[in-house]
Design a protein around this ligand. Structure first.
Ligand code: PEP
Ligand code: MG
Length: 319
């Protein structure tokens, strides 16, 4: 059985009727890429670069970052590689950056908001990324976006840096992890090439529950129908605007969540390496029309418990 699971996880995640869903892996370090590809990942759907900045006493230099991004490019061997720019603030604090205290850091200067205010951090990162892109394909993604103008400014800066270092054109994208970005997805698709939906933050902001709250966090379920409706809006907006759309939050790594996301029409789901085998197995159990019907019924549920019950029933029937 173990040998079969190991063999199956190398096959693509294809529904019974042949719709392929790309499966990415979420990583924090270059050395995690090769084992993930060996575990069946099609590419890297999210590299969280803030981990290069954590646990040290000053920011990594442009050259240090270049080495890390180049190692990622080389390990990815031409497969999709989405590198997210610094997402500091909120739950991830970095002492040497001397950021001002905020009463509500999750609603404060985090992600792209911080990068646009701190060119001393953002520009070396963009330079390192465009230099690394000379060695193989990568995509650049900006986190925590809520306004079109933030995305426009990020794209503009990326263009300036690209010509400075004479880097190649690379796909530019944003995380969809605020309700604002989900609702405005079609307009964002006029600015960037692709999206990745961050269900962890999207859930926190949609349900107004701190994702790390000691007693409420369990209630912050990404299968809540309000979250699913925002995801559905984002996917429809992406499709109307011609943008590729993946999902890299925790929902993508849950087999039931992955099944509903496939039914909502996402192009890719990206997850921790340990979730790949089970998610691929679940996608293969159903046909695309069955997943679409499940997703449409989930959108009409009243709460997360109803969605979970519905999805579990659906899969008991095919077993
Ligand atoms: C998310 O918010 O879903 C996400 C993938 O980003 P992070 O967990 O790093 O905030
Ligand atoms: Mg996030």
């Amino acid at each position: 059985a173990t040998a079969r699971l190991a063999r199956d996880c190398m096959r693509p995640a294809m529904t019974r009727d042949g719709r392929r869903i790309e499966v990415g892996v979420n990583v924090t370090r270059p050395d995690q890429v090769a084992p993930a590809l060996a575990a069946g990942a099609d590419g890297v759907g999210l590299m969280r670069t803030e981990f290069l900045f954590l646990g040290r006493d000053r920011a990594p230099s442009e050259d240090e970052q270049f080495d890390a991004y180049r190692a990622l490019v080389e390990a990815s061997g031409g497969r999709r590689l989405i590198i997210r720019t610094l997402d500091i603030g909120g739950d991830k604090q970095v002492p040497y950056l001397d950021l001002p205290h905020e009463t509500n850091p999750f609603l404060g200067v985090r992600g792209l908001r911080l990068c646009l205010r701190r060119p001393d951090l953002f520009l070396p990162q963009l330079r390192a990324l465009y230099r690394a892109a000379r060695h193989g394909p990568l995509s650049i993604m900006f986190p925590m976006v809520s306004d079109l103008d933030e995305a426009r400014r990020a794209v503009q800066l990326a263009g300036i840096v690209r010509s400075e270092v004479d880097g190649p054109q690379v796909p530019l994208g944003i995380m969809i992890e605020t309700p604002s970005a989900a609702v405005l997805a079609e307009a964002f698709a006029g600015i960037v090439d692709f999206f990745s939906i961050g269900t962890n933050d999207l859930t926190q902001y949609a349900l107004a529950i701190d994702r790390e709250h000691p007693t409420l966090a369990a209630q912050a379920d990404s299968l809540h129908p309000a979250v699913l409706r925002l995801i559905s809006l984002a996917v429809d907006g992406a499709q109307r605007g011609g943008a590729w759309v993946g999902v890299c939050g925790g929902l993508a790594g849950e087999p039931l969540g992955a099944a509903i996301l496939a039914g909502l029409g996402v192009d890719e789901i990206s997850m921790s390496v340990g979730d790949i085998a089970a998610v691929k197995a679940r996608i293969r159990q159903a046909s695309l029309p069955a997943l679409q019907a499940l997703a449409q019924r989930a959108l009409r549920c009243g709460d997360n418990a109803a969605v979970r019950a519905l999805a579990q029933d659906a899969f008991e029937m095919v077993r």
